[in-house]
Design a protein around this ligand. Structure first.
Ligand code: ZN
Length: 125
């Protein structure tokens, strides 16, 4: 499953950043992805739950998803427009010659962590 690999990479990077910051727990991850990546939201959430479940550092973390709408520029008339995965023709001149400007990205926007100093930590007191 494609999504499992993505989430695996996201969690690896998030965990590394959290540990580097001295965190004791990962609380949340915000992820942006373009609609054109053809990633399925439910599959992402499922993979996230499956992969965080058995790791005490990750368990209970939440996944925030921000879906980026695809945007293209018409190569004939220069019009820029948003569209969905299946309609990429220019709405102005109906040209099929378009260039994708965004919609294929996959980024970690931010992570939220719990650190010992911030309290909320019953175990170490
Ligand atoms: Zn056009």
């Amino acid at each position: 499953m494609h999504e499992l690999g993505i989430i695996n990479g996201v969690l690896d990077a998030s965990k590394k950043a959290a540990v580097d910051a001295g965190a004791t727990k990962l609380v949340a991850v915000s992820l942006s992805y373009g609609e054109m990546t053809e990633v399925i939201e439910d599959a992402l959430r499922f993979a996230f739950e499956a992969l965080t479940e058995d790791d005490p550092f990750l368990k209970g973390a939440t996944l925030n998803l921000n879906i980026i709408k695809p945007k293209s520029r018409c190569l004939d008339c220069g019009h820029e427009f948003e569209h969905d995965r299946f309609h990429v023709c220019c709405p102005q001149c109906e040209s099929p010659m378009t260039q994708l400007l965004c919609g294929r990205e996959m980024n970690i926007d931010s992570i939220e962590v719990e650190t010992p100093e911030e309290g909320d930590n019953k175990a170490n007191r």
